[in-house]
Design a protein around this ligand. Structure first.
Ligand SMILES: C[S@@+](CC[C@H](N)C(=O)[O-])C[C@H]1O[C@@H](n2cnc3c(N)ncnc32)[C@H](O)[C@@H]1O
Length: 343
């Protein structure tokens, strides 16, 4: 264990982390080249020769990729030398709709993440921020591909449990930080009587959202390129959503965004937040409940993001005027917060 005071234990701890890093490299390559998807279709598996032939790849490299992937428990191997995906690994690596899908993270870590990380040393000297909104359209689309499986849980489970009947009946819903709009598209499918508006400070996300709305014939959804703190439609909405947005709002703008969101709600209106939470006590940072928060915080540091603690979240909500604050969790990873504007 890392906390044991000897070099062997520390070596093993760090070495295991390098193996983790290389596991992500093997995953990234396997996804990029179609190795995993080809193996998923093959029953009872493929030899490296056949795998390479199907994908027109260099056989000796594919052979080593298979062996290394086997070593890292990303592939199983039978006595005939055929490789196949271990049970359920296809869900995690290939099923882009599943809440446990991680394939998208592997790709993003080696593209956007690597580019961001090159900026860290300079940023640590100068305090530079490279905001989400400056990363470009491909990046906004990639983020949307990561958030959309969890949105299915929000629309299929969280919101129905909180206010299913009202949603069925039809509410005015505001999605603050809607990104590429997928949460609203899902809501439109599940609750056709709702009137939906999405706002975001990211022009790339809004452009994708508007394009997709047109393509899917969902022209009744309004998308506006505006920051939450500048949004000014008093008492126009029954429900406001912030899905994976709270920690992305610059700390200096958070009170203003909460105030504008509060203003936008009618009396009795609800706010539902889904986000990561940082522990109030740093000694809890090794608790697995915070492992996703830690990962998000470090990879998004240069975007200017700060994952808020429970105290900070509650303080911002109460300062804005919200009451009836209830906290829950989603998948043991995300915090859900329900709050209301008093009647
Ligand atoms: C991780 S993305 C999530 C987007 C979307 N909710 C989803 O589920 O895909 C966070 C979004 O919050 C937006 N955001 C951050 N600060 C904002 C602000 N002050 N006003 C409006 N949007 C903001 C970002 O531009 C980005 O699109």
């Amino acid at each position: 264990m890392a906390h044991e005071n000897n070099a062997k234990a520390q070596f093993e701890h760090v070495f295991e982390a390098f193996r983790g890093f290389q596991t992500v490299q093997v995953i990234h390559l396997g996804l990029q080249l179609g190795l995993f998807s080809t193996l998923r279709e093959a029953n009872p598996g493929l030899t490296p020769n056949d795998l390479a032939a199907q994908l027109r790849l260099h056989t000796p490299y594919v052979e080593k990729w298979c062996e290394v992937a086997y070593a890292y428990k990303l592939l199983d191997r039978d006595n005939a030398g055929c490789y196949q995906l271990p049970p359920k690994l296809d869900t995690v690596l290939l099923d882009t709709d599943h809440p446990r899908y991680l394939g998208g993270f592997a790709n993003g870590f080696f593209t956007y993440g690597a580019d961001d990380f090159r900026r860290y040393p300079h940023a640590f000297v100068e305090g530079d921020v490279y905001p989400f909104q400056e990363h470009g359209e491909g990046f906004s689309a990639w983020v949307s591909s990561l958030t959309h499986p969890m949105q299915r849980l929000v629309v299929g489970k969280v919101l129905p449990e909180l206010m299913g009947a009202e949603l069925e009946h039809g509410l005015d819903v505001l999605d603050v930080g809607c990104g590429a709009g997928e949460l609203l598209f899902k809501l439109a499918g599940a609750y056709p009587n709702c009137r939906l508006t999405g706002i975001d400070g990211d022009g790339h996300g809004i452009k994708i959202a508007q394009g997709n709305a047109k393509e899917r014939g969902l022209n009744h959804i309004t998308f506006m390129h505006t920051n939450g703190e500048q949004f000014d439609q008093p008492s126009a909405f029954d429900l406001a959503l912030m899905f994976e947005v709270f920690h992305e709002i610059p700390v200096s703008a958070r009170a203003d965004v909460m105030a504008a969101t509060y203003r936008a709600l009618r009396p009795g209106g609800a706010l539902v937040i889904v986000d990561e939470t940082w522990p109030d006590d740093p000694s809890q940072l090794r608790d697995p409940a915070y492992s996703f928060s830690v990962m998000v915080q470090f990879s998004e540091l240069i975007w200017g993001n700060v994952v808020a603690t429970e105290n900070e979240q509650t303080h911002l909500l109460t300062e804005a005027g919200f009451t009836h604050i209830h906290r829950g969790d989603l998948g043991g990873t995300f915090t859900t917060i329900y709050a209301r504007k008093p009647d």
